[in-house]
Write a protein that binds this ligand. Structure first.
Ligand SMILES: Nc1ncnc2c1ncn2[C@@H]1O[C@H](COP(=O)(O)OP(=O)(O)OP(=O)(O)O)[C@@H](O)[C@H]1O
Ligand SMILES: [Mg+2]
Length: 586
């Protein structure tokens, strides 16, 4: 065939392939347009999973009659005019692709009215052919109707799933944009039934409700509020380990208010949680990263879901450390009474993220930046007000007994405390090991005779890959043969235990955790495994002074609210709750 230019319709259909993958993509584009138009309320009506009809109505600024035809033309946009605009784009749209793409693969109707006009106008597009604009009736704002998606692209239609699946994607899309723009009311109907009703959320409490509507009623109480000021800011809800899930569906990232699904941010968050969440659990969060738009390229992906950061390393480390710090402070007694924590030096803004313009504003001094954490949530993480120095005034109180060889029962001023002694001790040991690891040469103990151990080859490979970490922890190990290991020295802490058993367990834990974490974390995994294997086990009888010592250690240990696997280590039952149980005072 000779080379020839494709028809405009075909060009548009090809371009649409990148933007409009399924009904939910249409809904995403239309809601984004409504948000860009300054809508205060958006109504979304869907029929048959979006295949029959998608109608999005807003009360935004509208489109002038004379501009309607331009709105559906490719590369026509009101949102940017120059390369400079593109580099600092603040609107959700900027390509001028969405409406023409939709118009090339569906029957499209646009009806709009601007505040200055005395009548509305409507325009229709079918198979790339426009009709209108003609006068119509519509209040100020815009309605976009999309019918028979992919009617003229049968190949694409075949990829569309069942009505419930497609509607599920639409609902997730509305939820995600609903979290991005809490101040805008949104209503979603499917086959005339109201499915999602998100009233405009002006204040904190209303935003909590919106988040609860999407992530579940318990989520706000099981999360920390992050509000970190500075040239780069991280806002939102950081789910505690108790809010974790078996999948990643409760993870919402926004960058400057734009919903994104970015690998870098996802990884940074995963790393931030690595110390409190293990074994196939996934954190839940709603996080908005705000930074100078010039430091982000939103034009890196056709659906704008992925981004490019100018300094991705700095962003990654900033996010990772902010999350890690916030979760670490959520121990037992480490929360300051005001709920405000000074940001440690390690969290100071990476220099690379401070742009000249950003630096001109006074808020960007890296000193004294802090973040606030909301009210303490429900147990197991409640904090007690500091008071006199009797034990019962300590957050975890005075130990009274050991229950079933598993739990410590203690009493404080507010009620009773139950502690999972193994889980708590594991965390205390782990945090101590980490500090020791970071600050001291390992306390190592040479074995009188080297110990020979046979280990599965793939497990030994894994161990060899982390050899340097093992060495820094006080191990001296040699591979004698593909499946033979010689142990010449071990960390002093382990010297009195059953070394082969412990080492096998650590290797096993390592291979179970394999690939789940960042390479940097392998030393921590070894430490975690050591802590788990060395912590007191069930049925060990503890004396009251031993129990008391553990409680006091927990009070000064970071992350003491969860064991290394993210399970809670303690819980509190208040006197009021006890009274309720016994119907006292009614
Ligand atoms: N709901 C709306 N209210 C007001 N104006 C709108 C609305 N929807 C679209 N427009 C106008 O139509 C233009 C084209 O919309 P379209 O979505 O195709 O492109 P865009 O939003 O500029 O960029 P992108 O392709 O990235 O979404 C917009 O720039 C805007 O001026
Ligand atoms: Mg758009």
């Amino acid at each position: 065939m000779p080379i020839r230019l494709l028809s405009t319709t075909l060009i548009d259909q090809i371009a649409a392939g990148e933007v409009i993958e399924r009904p939910a993509s249409v809904v995403k584009e239309l809601i984004e347009n409504a948000l860009d138009a300054g809508a205060r309320r958006i109504d979304i009506e869907i029929e048959q999973g979006g295949l029959e009809l998608m109608r999005v109505r807003d009360d935004g600024g509208g489109i002038e009659s004379a501009q309607l035809a331009l709105a559906v033309q490719r590369h026509a946009t009101s949102k940017i005019a120059s390369m400079d605009d593109l580099e600092a784009v603040a609107s959700l749209g900027f390509r001028g692709e969405a409406l023409p793409s939709i118009g090339s693969v569906a029957r499209l109707r646009l009806c709009s009215r601007t505040p200055g006009a005395d009548t509305a106008s409507e325009l229709q597009v079918e198979g790339g052919v426009l009709s209108g604009p003609r006068p119509a009736a519509h209040p100020v704002g815009t309605t976009v109707e999309v019918r028979d998606l992919f009617y003229n692209v049968p190949a694409r239609r075949r990829f569309v799933r069942t009505e419930p699946t497609e509607f599920g994607h639409i609902a997730r899309t509305v939820e995600r944009l609903g979290l991005a723009a809490p101040q805008v009311a949104m209503r979603l109907k499917h086959n005339a039934r109201l499915v999602l009703d998100l009233p405009a959320a002006g204040d904190e409490a209303a935003r909590d409700q919106r988040v609860a509507r999407v992530l579940g009623v318990e989520f706000p109480a099981r999360s920390l509020r992050l509000a970190q000021d500075g040239a780069v800011q991280l806002y939102g809800w950081l789910g505690l380990p108790t809010a974790s899930r078996a999948n990643t569906e409760a993870q919402f990232w926004f960058v400057n208010g734009r919903p994104v699904r970015d690998r870098l941010l996802g990884n940074a968050a995963r790393l931030g949680y690595r110390d409190v969440l293990y074994h196939g659990r996934h954190p839940a969060y709603v996080l908005d990263l705000r930074l100078d738009p010039r430091l982000v390229d939103v034009n890196a992906h056709p659906t704008k879901l992925e981004l490019r950061f100018r300094d991705s390393r700095a962003v990654h480390d900033f996010v990772f450390r902010a999350i890690e710090r916030a979760l670490a402070t959520r121990g037992v007694a480490t929360q300051a009474a005001s709920g405000e924590l000074a940001l440690p030096a390690a969290l100071a803004l990476p220099a690379a993220l401070a742009t000249p313009a950003a630096l001109a504003t006074p808020a960007t001094s890296t000193a004294g930046r802090h973040y606030a954490i909301g009210e303490p949530a429900a147990p197991p993480l409640a904090v007690l007000p500091p008071a006199a120095d009797s034990r019962e005034d300590q957050p975890l109180g005075t130990p009274i007994a050991q229950l079933h060889g598993l739990y410590i029962l203690a009493q404080n001023r507010r009620g009773l405390i139950l502690v999972d002694m193994h889980a708590a001790h594991e965390r205390v040991l782990y945090e101590a090991l980490k500090i020791q690891h970071a600050t001291q040469a390992p306390a190592s103990q040479r074995l009188l005779e080297p110990l020979a151990l046979s280990v599965a080859e793939h497990e030994l490979d894994l161990l060899m890959a982390a050899l340097e970490d093992f060495r820094r922890l006080g191990f001296e190990l040699d591979r004698l043969a593909p499946t033979q290991l010689a142990v010449r020295a071990v960390p002093a802490l382990l010297a009195h235990g059953d070394v082969p058993d412990m080492l096998r367990a650590i290797i096993h834990d390592l291979s179970a955790e394999r690939g789940a974490h960042h390479l940097e974390a392998s030393a921590q995994r070894v430490l975690a495994a050591i802590a788990c294997r060395s912590a007191i086990h069930a049925q060990r009888r503890l004396t009251l002074p031993e129990m008391s010592a553990l409680l006091r250690q927990m009070e000064t240990t970071e992350r003491a609210g969860q064991c290394n696997h993210g399970r809670p280590t303690w819980t509190e039952v208040s006197l009021a709750e006890l009274d309720r149980l016994f119907l006292r005072g009614r």
